[in-house]
Design a protein around this ligand. Sequence first.
Ligand SMILES: [Zn+2]
Length: 464
Amino acid sequence: MVRAAMRAPLAAAAAVAAAAVVGAAQSPSSAPAWLDAYREPASRLIGAALADTAAWTRLAELTDSFGHRLAGSRGLEDAIDWAIGEMSRDGLENVRGEKVMVPHWVRGRERAELVSPARHALVMLGLGNSVGTPPEGLEAEAVVVRSFEELDARGTALKGKIVVYNVPWTGYGPTVQYRSSGASRAAAYGAVAMLVRSVGQPGLRTPHTGALNYAPDQPRIPAAAIANEDAERLQRLQDRGQKLVVRLTMEARMLPDAESANVIGELVGRERPEEVVVLGCHLDSWDVGTGATDDGGGCIAAWEAVRLMKKLGLRPRRTVRAVLYTNEENGLRGGLAYRDQHRADLANHVLMIETDAGVFRPLGFGFSGNDSARATVKAVASLLAGIGASRIGASGGGADIGPSVQAGNVPSMSLDVDGALYFTIHHTEADTIDRIDPVDIARCVAALAVMGYVVADLPTRLGQ
Ligand SMILES: [Zn+2]
């Protein structure tokens, strides 16, 4: 799974992609007439994106230089300052940070251990926003459950116990609820701590962190994720009738809110500068790994797409704006602040695109909007057939753009990629640059650049 550094001759890939675009121009039987004007600029953007490894190199610099970028950390703020400086040097316009106050959760040292019937260290990661244990830790009988139904069936018998949710991965939606609400549901029966089997595809004894939400009406108990293998071992021991005793020590704590910022860089539109196409992503990450996939890669791709338009002299009619949101992971404060700070302008947001599923091989975009807009973006996406990214899915959006999309009823998109690896590395120490292929991220840049440029330049506003 770990990629060797540079592979495949990029120039050859660029030539193939460019030829594919030009080839499409010869038989555009069902394509709308307006699309022809965009074949040449699309070909140039794709060619420029695939011509070198600029995106991968910049992502390596971001992740190597600043490490993880959890909200409230020095690493995030240094990365924000760096991005503002580099975007300015790239010639992006109106480059700025827009102030956002963010939660400041600190993990501290942490440890979990099965004490009885045998001593085993449990491979764990505290959940984001969790409270800590007393300094000396807490030790209690642990009870493994496979579902909320089993939790409810055991009910008040769980008083004073550590509840362990051993719920196998069946996809993010059905599984993540145990991570996000499991602590409070266990606390409601008097549990003193919660451990959850990691929410992710099977890996190599790798715990996945992520945020939890405490219900306001329940006691806040410490909560951590453990590796799948450890959860299975606890299950087997319990199934054999053994009584489990676990010791958990976590220094986790929430500090006062810290100052952060959404980073913005633009290419100002030549005719209707007040109308905006947003290319969004989030610059913060969890405090494990270096957030290369979640979501440093999305940020570099969005930024690089705007840089290439500028470099090629492709200034669209409307403004294209890269927004590197802060604090998606444990607060969504960046997305909420953008909505509030730009509320008066949301009606001028033509399209918002979020890239937060990794910068693996792009397949196309998910799209949410009216039928007219859907027909238009389908036509635009046909320009990406040469790099295999022409698919338009039934719906699209993202956490960071969500508040603005909802408040302004803005058409929204997500970059869709080959997601085979995503939930193996999601929120783990394995989220590093090594999982990203330079050609894949270059293709993501190409897809974003073409979609962003063409929609921003359309003679008639998208959806009208
Ligand atoms: Zn993310």
